[in-house]
Design a protein around this ligand. Sequence first.
Ligand code: KDG
Ligand code: MG
Length: 402
Amino acid sequence: MKIAKASVNICSPGRNFVTLKIETDEGIYGLGDGTLNGRELAVASYLSEHVIPCILHRDPFQTEDIWQYLYRGAYWRRGPVTMSAIAAVDMALWDIKGKALSTPVYNLLGGRSRDGVLVYAHAHGAGIDEACDDVARHLAMGYKAIRVQSGIPGLDATYGVPKGGQPYEPAERGLPSESRWSTEKYLNHVPKLFARVREQFGDDLHLLHDCHHRLSPIEAARLGRELEPFHLFWMEDPISAEFQEGFRVIREHTTTPIATGEVLNSIWDVHELIRNQWIDYTRLTLTHAGGFTALKKIADFAGLYHVRTGCHGPTDLSPVCMAAALHFDLAIHNFGIQEHMPHGKETDEVFPHSYRFEDGYMFPGDAPGLGVDLDEKLAAKFPYQRAYLPVLRKLDGTLWDW
Ligand code: KDG
Ligand code: MG
């Protein structure tokens, strides 16, 4: 079997997605997600102009050699654009392999290591009362793990809390919006939020929180310590993820488990964090970190240090990535948890899939390959629209990490 054709689909059924379709001379095709929120066209052109011409006529079963060719062979390595493009190819090739062998991809990754994939939902609210109402709503849906974010008194907007009761969607059409930030107000508020949530919902529920890269190491250490009585599953991205050494300070001061890595793209971005046991969960995901071929190696390395996985799973990764993540999560040994932000109706219709949610767990389904498709006719009705993530400034106007 040979790769006969490959094409990039860019569509916007509610938000932008970049999908690579690789077709073989035997009529089998595979899909890969290359979506990079706010920089979609960079990956699309990297794929069309620089990658597709190099993979034509190759054997799609050679996932390792093709991965090495696109990574080592390109001389220029790493970074979100390159790694998302490589990931799209890798995912599509594993999809082809599964379809050709008539088996779900998880069977090619080692087979099932568990019955289902524990997922966490997002609960949020303008204040503590509203956030608690949203926790109750998700509990009623069956979720066993819930991330909680709430508005901060004195700030107009904050990460993870949508305006007007919509599901949270970080990208906004048009140019980037700006909002203001105060670390002091945030640090004073968050322990109160989790004190209330634990008091109201008891000890059984797994609680998570995303600091979204905004603190310094010693500020994060203070927050981690103050959250200790509420036994979080994890405190995510307390500081900017690329500052690996900064996690040492946090670790020395608190037992609150730490997760990071959704913006990281290779083993070289996390190996100090893992080797030094400064984190408990890696957030790297298949789309932004080079696909199955790369993430399996990162997970195996992390497993040696008792670090578990918690793949990033926002709406800005397409259902192709969600399907791929579920195969990965079901198969690897050191799986921790999977993020689940359900896609909107339009997205689900453009990407029909076999995965499903039931009672706090997700299941990839048993369709051969990834079990996800792209309805190209319907996708054509939703053309790309420029969109960006917001930009953040401190109260005095200093540009800050969003
Ligand atoms: O594109 C950025 C989002 O994926 C990110 O803000 C979501 O932090 C995020 C999360 O944990 O899902
Ligand atoms: Mg996050």
